[in-house]
Structure formats: C-alpha cells, structure tokens
Design a protein around this ligand. Structure first.
Ligand code: ZN
Length: 446
C-alpha cells in the first residue's frame, strides 16, 4: 500500500459541496486516492512538507488544441478575427505530421501541468500526413496528466463551400471509422481512468449536418462524450442563421447535441433561450476567456449561465489563440472578464477557482476528481505562497487575485508529476528544444 502524506498545508481549498476550507491541514494519499484530510495525520510512507503552501484540487482544462503550441504568435494571425485567423493557420497545420503532434502535445501538457492542471481535454480535428489521435495519447501517457482526447473532424473543404483547405478535410465515412477505432482502442470508462476519448467534429461550419448527427448517434452508442465549438462570435451566429436557418442552440438541439454527455466550447453568443436550453439539458460549456479576448469574440454570459444552472468549466483553448496556456491564469481572466461586463461582485476569486476545478469535472463528466475529499482521486495542486507574488496578501488562498501562477508540486493519481517547480516525468528542456526545432522547420517550409 503506497502512502504519501502532504504535511502541514497553510490552507486547503477542498472545493467540496459546501466549499470547506482548512488551515494547518494534512492530506493523506493512499494508492492514488485521497484517504484522509485533517490535522495530525500520520504515515509510515513518504512525507512531503507543504507548510507555506495552499493546496487546491488539480485544475481541469475543458478545451484545448494542444497541437497549436507549434503555431503560437504566427505573425499573419496575430491580429486577425476568427475566420481570417483560421485561414492564415490552416496551410501551416497542413504540413504537420505525427512528430509535430507528439511534441506539440507534450509542450502544451507540460505548460498546463506547471499551471496547476491535472486533467485536460484536447480537441484534435485535423490529421495531415499520417498524424493520428494516438500520437497525442502517447504524449500524454509520458507526461502523466489525466487526458480526455477528442477525435475531431473536418469534412467540408473550400471546394464544398467550407473554410478549411481541401487537403485538411477527410471523408465522413473514414472519420466515423476512425472514431470507432480510437474509442475501442483507448477509451476507459472506469473510475480513475487516465484516458477517456470523446468525439468532436470541429464546428458546425466545417462538417455536414449528417456528420454532426451520425457522430452524436455513435457517441451515444459507445457511451462517450461529444464536444465541438459553438456560438463563438457574431460571425458564427450569422453563418448559422444563413446556412441552417436557425441559431446555434437550435442547430445543436435538432442534431442531438444537447445533454449531460455534451459540452460546447465558447458559447459567447448564447441568448437567454439557449442558456435555458443548456441548463435544462445539463449541456456543458467550456468557457475560454483569454481566447475570446485574443480573437475579440466577446464576453460569454457566464454569470447568467451559472445563475441559470448551466455547467461551466474553463478552457485555455488552442495555444495559437491564447497564446499561452496557463490554467490558473485563465481562471483569473474568467473572473476579470465577468467583472468587466457585470461589475466587481460578478465573480469572486473562489468562484473562479471553482469553475477551474468542480466546474471542469462536471463538464467532463468526472465525479472522481475536482475536490479534496476522501475517496476522490489524488489530483492535487500545491501552490507555494511564501514567495514574492503572495507577499503581503491577507488571503493567500484567493490565488487568482494575488499568488503564484505556477505550482510548486502537482500530483496526478498521487504521482508527483511536478516537484519543486519541475516536471519529473519527461525532460522538459529536451521537449522545448525539439519543439523549437519543429517550429523552425515549419516556418522554413512556408
Ligand atoms: Zn477551440
């Protein structure tokens, strides 16, 4: 029986149902599961001193395109709106292959881990030059984060009136066959699963109505979740009204894309009727405030969503539209953006952290992570609040107001994936060097 005892935390934010917090608290981990939370715990196993630290549940990222870490800050896309931004980047992404997918995924996962993330989803919707979802799953297994990869897709290229180049789209029958393959090969429905696969056509403007419907039926049949982009900006809504004759929420509902096994990224433009639909059907939302700011998409009505009972998690979105992927930073941005729209009492620091933990767990359908409670998986973020960023703070646990933006330690299933500010599972310097080499190679080929 492997035990690890985190001893003497200055403050523990449990994020349990009642929002309990404890000062001077220990956390006992046994076989990857939280065994006890309280003062004066003992073990014959490993002891790790966490005095001077705030401990939170590991943060949960509900939307990302990890491959995009290879196309951060591309000059032609830096100031473009969504559709123009996509058209700048598609030709670069068309040159990706398996190694690009693997290394960019590791880069993104390391960045997430350092920012407190223990579980992340990923939305990979293009598979050029032999790239497969498998490349990202192999990358995540090495880094050691809990991973929810989604098999994305695009099927309507330029010649069919779509946005992506024809070289980046796939035949719909081949997409569905590969969805079945990756679910059968990798999806683990059991408690504590390290890999859960979802199905995720890129967006209503890059696949057909048929593929949206067929994917929803397949996901239901396989017992996996559905994910896509929805109502991201005004252009997106205008496209839906013009092409489909309805708003995005109606389109989603008509094609089987609502329910507690579905989550949509962005939803910046949801109206009151759509918010009510999402609340009633327990459809999840991945709120991506930095990306929404970066692309000038607008302010998602998160306060109204939460008041209506919509399940909302946070997402850093792809690194090409963020361009960073710091999840605790994303929680701060979520708080700030609601305050811009609604005033200073629109979202508290703790409410933002709750979105980043419990909110994400709900959205991804996980009842085994997101809170520090005995019986939950031991996914924990340890924040050292003895440093400069917290110096003078009267409430160090209000981490998104003042505090470190990198963890000291990160535990996933009780395993120390980050210790003393360094990833332990892979050689991050080697990953950075390899990533920069690949980025230069892509730039040279343009
Ligand atoms: Zn996205």
């Amino acid at each position: 029986m492997a035990e690890v005892l985190l001893k003497g935390a200055a403050h523990v934010l449990t994020m349990d149902d009642a929002g309990h917090e404890h000062a001077g608290c220990d956390i006992l981990i046994r076989d990857g599961i939280i065994a006890a939370v309280g003062p004066d715990l003992t073990t014959t196993g490993q002891k790790i001193a966490v005095d001077g630290c705030v401990v939170t549940p590991g943060l949960i990222n509900t939307h990302h395109h990890l491959y995009q870490t290879l196309t951060r800050a591309v000059p032609g896309g830096q100031d473009a709106l969504l559709f123009g931004w996509l058209q700048t980047l598609y030709p670069i992404w068309a040159r990706f292959g398996p190694e690009d997918m693997f290394v960019s995924t590791q880069t993104g996962l390391i960045e997430l881990a350092l920012s407190g993330c223990t579980t992340t989803s990923d939305h990979l919707y293009l598979y050029p030059n032999g790239a497969r979802l498998d490349d990202t799953i192999a990358a995540a297994a090495e880094v050691g984060l809990r991973f929810h990869p989604t098999r994305g897709s695009m099927s309507i290229g330029v010649s069919d009136g779509g946005l992506p180049p024809d070289t980046l789209v796939e035949a719909e029958a081949a997409i569905l066959d590969d969805c079945i393959r990756v679910v059968d090969a990798f999806h683990d429905p059991s408690p504590g699963a390290m890999v859960r696969v979802g199905l995720a056509p890129c967006s209503p403007f890059s696949v057909s109505r048929d593929l949206m419907r067929e994917t929803a039926l397949l996901a239901c049949d396989k017992g996996v979740m559905l994910h896509t982009h929805l109502a991201e900006n005004a252009q997106d809504v205008a496209y839906s009204l013009e092409k489909f004759g309805c708003r995005p929420g109606q389109y989603a509902q008509d094609l089987g894309w609502t329910g507690d096994d579905v989550w949509h990224a962005h939803c910046v433009m949801l109206d009151a009727v759509e918010i009510d639909l999402f609340a009633r059907t327990r459809t999840g939302v991945a709120h991506c405030p930095c990306s929404n700011c970066r692309l000038g998409s607008g302010i998602a009505p998160v306060r109204a969503m939460l008041d209506a009972g919509v399940q909302v998690g946070l997402g850093v979105d792809g690194s090409a539209s963020n361009d960073a992927a710091n999840l605790i930073g994303e929680a701060r941005q979520a708080m700030l953006l609601q305050r811009v729209a609604q005033g200073a009492d629109a979202m508290s620091a703790r409410a933002a952290l709750r979105l980043a933990t419990r909110g994400g767990a709900q959205v991804l359908g996980r009842d085994d992570v997101g809170q520090i409670v005995p019986g939950m998986r031991a996914d924990l973020a340890v924040w050292d609040v003895s440093g400069i960023e917290s110096a003078g703070s009267w409430d160090p646990a209000a981490l998104v107001l003042a505090g470190p933006t990198r963890v000291r330690d990160l535990f996933v299933e009780g395993r120390g994936v980050v210790r003393d500010g360094r990833v332990t599972t892979v050689d991050s310097d080697a990953v950075i060097a390899r990533q920069n080499r690949l980025a230069r190679r892509l730039a040279d080929r343009l």
